[in-house]
Design a protein around this ligand. Structure first.
Ligand SMILES: *Cc1c(COP(=O)(O)O)cnc(C)c1O
Length: 376
């Protein structure tokens, strides 16, 4: 087995990037520089195009990890007297509820187990029952367990009730279709270091222009005010505060490669085939997925941990890492699981290589029964 020079990250971001994307960071830019600001403008335009929002929406970038942009979106769009409904089927939904709490925005959750999809009919009922709800904040792909929520159906329900929809599409944007011409939404939040295969360090929010124009003064935060960032950028072409220049340059290159690959269909197709190969390969070793395949997003897969007293995640992680692959711990509250990502820049041998590394790791750990209890 030949060892890759750097381990392949099978994680939901940061993820494995291409050489070309990393090369784009080998140059320093001044934040006032016209050439740099053209890169920013291109990134905004291209991400807007990916969501088919050129006619209706604006892309506002934001420094920081993806959560900064989620918090910026909630703070900027939801007015002080707003009321947010948060359908909740996992850790990232709970994070949105936490953001609402921190920002002092009234909210309520619509709770599901971690292995279930949000249902449009439940959102319909919740909105019909409470006219004070102004916004719905939906996670598209719940990266916690890997569930894909039915965005389009929910968006139609929210629009029918005349409420505002904010989508956390962090781990789906670019890989799973989100079309502003078909699916009504006021904001979709994503980041540089997920399915666009850039490096982490910035997010962006695609906001309906007519809504954004009304958002002045909403934000309880200075730095995370998307209205101000947008107004300043329109006026000066620059970011309001120091931009993550290397991250922006890398994202620009990553998007160029995304377009060359064939855009959303090609990227989503590649991840779907990674996901299939992963689930099949792992099943052959005896591993079972936590989710029903019908609701599994092709982004990250949660597996039940081996039911063997010799198993512990840390040793397993270390043994797999020695063989060139980085796994991710589970994010479930009740069960012992681990996660394997399907996203990032690695070739077709990536998933079979990871499965082989996992098989080897089990062998050296002396684990023979992968799913004894599960099958009992
Ligand atoms: C990655 C991710 C985020 C952002 O998390 P950070 O730790 O801030 O990068 C938010 N929502 C979802 C669904 C995600 O997958």
């Amino acid at each position: 087995m030949t060892l890759p020079s750097q381990p392949i990250l099978l994680t939901p971001g940061p993820l494995t990037t291409s050489e070309r994307t990393r090369q784009a960071m080998l140059r320093d830019w001044g934040s006032w520089d016209g050439d740099f600001n053209q890169i920013t403008a291109r990134v905004r335009q291209q991400t807007l195009r990916i969501a088919h929002g050129e006619d209706s929406h604006e892309c506002v970038p934001m420094q920081g990890s993806g959560t900064f942009s989620v918090e910026a979106a909630i703070g900027t769009l939801v007015p002080r007297n707003g009321h947010v409904l948060v359908p909740n089927n996992g850790a990232y939904c709970q994070r949105i509820a936490k953001i609402c709490r921190a920002l002092g925005r009234r909210h309520q959750t619509l709770d599901y187990p971690e292995d279930a999809q949000v249902k449009a009919a439940d959102v319909d009922r919740a909105l019909a029952a409470d006219a004070t709800i102004t916004h719905v904040a939906l996670v598209h792909c719940e990266t916690g367990a890997g569930v894909l929520n039915p965005l389009h159906e929910i968006a139609l329900v929210v629009a029918k009730h005349g409420r505002s929809l904010i989508i956390d599409a962090m781990s789906s944007f670019g890989a799973i279709d989100i079309d502003a011409r078909q699916t009504p939404f006021d904001a979709v939040v994503a980041a540089s270091g997920k399915c666009l295969e850039g490096v982490p360090g910035m997010g962006f929010v695609i906001i309906r222009r007519s809504v954004l124009e009304q958002c002045e003064g909403n934000s309880p935060s200075l730095a995370l005010d998307l209205y101000d960032q947008w107004a300043y950028m329109n006026r000066t072409t620059q970011w309001r505060f120091t931009p993550p220049t290397h991250v922006v340059a890398a994202l620009d290159q990553a998007i160029a490669q995304y377009v060359e690959e064939g855009g959303q269909e090609a990227r989503g197709g590649r991840y779907a085939s990674n996901c299939r190969a992963l689930i099949e390969g792992m099943a052959a070793l005896g591993f079972r997925t936590f989710l029903d395949p019908a609701i599994q997003a092709p982004i990250i897969v949660t597996f039940h941990a081996p039911d063997d007293p010799r198993y512990d995640f840390k040793t397993f992680y270390t043994e797999v890492k020695k063989r060139g692959y980085i796994l991710y711990p589970g994010k479930l509250t009740q069960l012992e699981t681990f996660r394997v990502g399907c996203i990032g820049h690695f070739g077709e041998s990536g998933i079979p290589g990871a499965v082989a590394a996992i098989a080897d790791a089990l062998k050296v750990m002396g684990i023979t029964q992968v799913s004894a209890k599960a099958l009992a």
